[in-house]
Design a protein around this ligand. Structure first.
Ligand SMILES: [Zn+2]
Length: 262
């Protein structure tokens, strides 16, 4: 990646899982499988999530087979159409569908406020957000943005909406960060993060105790690009624009097709 491209890195800000009792109750109500004791977001995120004492949540998965309703709260119809077209592609890999429309009870609400960053709540956490508020935002997609950029950003944010978390924070990631360069870069424009944002989004790894993690996958759509200017020894990972083979497997596991008889 050339030095002059470094300024153009635009990445998603991960929203930490909501560990309030209400959010957990809703996750389990949606999909009882979310309540596997012993494997939970507390182990993945450690102290970075505010946890209630009895947190038992393993995941924030929707019920397999679900059709999730999606509604745009603002923005350009051309952008809407492009986002919808890309997002639907997740349905090829798992038993989950998105229905775009104007349903006031839509589970996923999208805002396209330019400059507000790109982010999404994780899986069923969207159920705990008031219905007039967005659960996902696209901060830089414009009608004429590159199709590759649509793929990269929309597949990533919908990955969060399906319950996926960031891959570069996998316990086995082992990225040789140049920490000073990372702080300098992300705390500057256009990201303007504070130190805590950098720690939460870049350096913090999920706990090694997690057994349901698949092996570390640098090709995951949930992985940030890692330019060599931010690492030591020339290490770099390019832009991932589409779900990897492992991502597809993971979604198929999370949202299995119903077993057919025999
Ligand atoms: Zn993200």
């Amino acid at each position: 990646m050339a030095e002059n491209n470094l300024e153009e890195i635009k990445i998603c800000i991960q929203i930490l899982p909501d560990m309030s009792e209400e959010a957990q109750r809703k996750a389990i109500e949606e999909n009882p499988q979310n309540a596997k004791s012993g494997l939970n977001f507390i182990e993945k995120f450690g102290d970075t999530v505010e946890s209630s004492r009895m947190a038992l949540i393993a995941d924030k998965k929707w019920k397999p087979g679900r059709t999730l309703r999606v509604r745009f709260l603002d923005g350009d119809p051309v952008v809407h159409q492009k986002i919808a077209q890309v997002a639907q592609q997740w349905s090829q890999f798992g038993n989950i569908k998105f229905q775009f429309g104007n349903d006031p009870d839509a589970e996923i609400r999208i805002s396209c406020k330019l400059g507000a960053g790109s982010w999404s709540y994780i899986g069923t956490d969207a159920l705990n957000i008031p219905k007039n508020q967005p659960t996902m935002n696209y901060g830089w997609l414009k009608p004429d943005s590159d199709n590759k950029e649509y793929l990269r950003v929309v597949m990533h944010e919908f990955g969060h909406a399906l319950g996926c978390i960031h891959e570069h924070q996998h316990p086995q990631a082992g990225i040789p960060w140049n920490r000073d360069a990372v702080y300098r870069y992300y705390m500057g424009a256009p990201n303007n993060w504070n130190k805590q944002d950098v720690d939460n989004n870049i350096f913090q790894l999920y706990s090694k105790n997690i057994t349901q993690f698949s092996h570390y996958d640098p090709q995951s759509i949930m992985h940030y690009a890692v330019p060599k200017q931010l690492t030591t020894g020339g290490f770099e990972i390019g832009w991932n624009n589409y779900p990897s083979a492992t991502d597809k497997q993971f979604i198929a596991q999370m949202y299995p097709l119903p077993k057919t008889g025999g």
